[in-house]
Design a binder for this molecule. Structure first.
Ligand code: CP
Ligand code: NVA
Length: 298
């Protein structure tokens, strides 16, 4: 029994194999009965479209069933401790897919549960999204060693999972954030010490120079709504627009995990352009969820 709370819960080979397996599942429109007779609970303390639906559909493609829970409709919202919820649900269902705030909450759940826990996004990481973004890159440009990828905007959960991915995949990752919103220093230091090629700057122009892929995300993540107005001012120079992209490779592709705020972190003309691969990214969530489920439940 194993959990998937972070990309670093995988071995290097497993992470690389997951991308290949997810592509195989995509090209064959894969179905199986791996999860037949199994039920997974999805506990979501934050909103979700892609992660929720891709997990529900992916689990059903593998023959399993799901129960969707939010704090509004279960005792978690009335302060029943996670460690109690974990022990109770472990006796009913065979896995938990959890979207919450603190990574420590997931770790607590994992330590009290006897079934696999999957991180469906925390404030610290979004590992399922970045694994599927790697699939979106791999299906276009399979040799990661030749790639330069930029992360522009907030040093948030997505940025942290990209830093972890750079430990396992040999691309160059350039991160541009305002100084105060740089990624977590410990996550970065660990990645650098493990050989990741990550460069951090506060200059978005420098970060996108000659890159193959440009990634961005909202400036205020879920839970930071009250900071949205101040962040809009601070992050304005980090908007992914045509002028910024003119410094990247001519064939540059633009990525966004979605939902996107047009006119803020990304302009409408970029999001809707030939450069944008965001719809493939969204589709690939489904294929990657199936590959992750197969790894954990085989
Ligand atoms: N990208 C992503 O995780 O989207 P949702 O919040 O809709 O799940
Ligand atoms: N950083 C964003 C990602 C949404 C999928 C958030 O946490 O809200």
């Amino acid at each position: 029994m194993r959990h998937f709370l972070s990309i670093l819960d995988l071995k290097v080979q497993e992470a690389q194999d997951l991308v290949k397996r997810a592509l195989e599942m995509k090209t064959t429109d894969y179905r199986s009965d791996l999860l037949a007779g199994k039920v997974l609970a999805l506990i979501f303390e934050k909103s979700s479209t892609r992660t929720r639906v891709s997990f529900e559909v992916g689990i059903s493609h593998l023959g399993g069933k799901t129960i969707f829970m939010t704090p509004r409709d279960c005792q978690l919202g009335r302060s029943e401790p996670l460690q109690d919820t974990a022990r109770v649900l472990s006796r009913y269902v065979q896995g938990l897919v959890v979207r919450t705030f603190e990574q420590e909450k997931l770790e607590l759940l994992a330590s009290f549960s006897s079934i696999p826990i999957i991180n469906a996004l925390t404030d610290l990481y979004h590992p399922c999204q970045v694994m599927s973004d790697l699939l979106t890159i791999y299906e276009r440009t399979p040799d990661f060693s030749q790639l330069k990828i930029a992360w522009i905007g907030d040093g948030n959960n997505m940025a942290h999972s990209w830093i972890n991915a750079a430990i396992y995949f040999p691309f160059q990752l350039n991160i541009a954030t305002p100084k105060k919103y740089a990624p977590d220093g410990d996550i970065l230091a660990r990645a650098l010490s493990m050989g990741a090629k990550v460069y951090c700057t506060d200059d978005p122009k420098e970060a996108v120079e000659d890159v193959d892929y440009v990634n961005t995300d909202v400036w205020a993540s879920m839970g930071q709504e009250e900071e949205a107005e101040i962040r809009k001012k601070i992050f304005a120079p980090y908007q992914v627009n045509k002028e910024l992209l003119s410094r990247a490779k001519k064939e540059v592709k633009v990525m966004h995990c979605l939902p996107a705020h047009r006119g803020e972190e990304i302009t409408e003309d970029v999001l809707e352009s030939e450069m944008s691969i965001v719809w493939d990214q969204a589709e690939n969530r489904l294929h990657m969820q199936k590959a992750i489920l197969e790894l954990l439940f085989s």
